[in-house]
Ligand binder design. Structure first.
Ligand code: FES
Length: 72
């Protein structure tokens, strides 16, 4: 497993809380919605600058799940 910046899971989506893409996907796959993910990680609870990115990512994950494809 790489710990370099080339792994999108390591990409920080919320710089206020340091929440990474992989954490957001993991919580999504556990069935958490944006509010619950925010409470778990602190994402979306600071400046709010990540709201659009994380919202888009959760929508993409939901669309992939609905299509029966593995979330990426
Ligand atoms: S970047 Fe997520 S709340 Fe500021």
């Amino acid at each position: 497993m790489s710990n370099g910046c080339d792994n999108p899971d390591d990409e920080i989506m919320c710089s206020c809380s340091g929440t990474r893409r992989g954490q957001i996907r993991a919580y999504f796959l556990q069935g958490l919605d944006a509010d619950a993910i925010s409470r778990k990680t602190g994402a979306l609870s600071g400046c709010g600058g990540c709201e659009w990115d994380i919202g888009e990512y959760l929508q993409a994950l939901a669309a992939e799940a609905a299509a029966g494809k593995p979330a990426a």
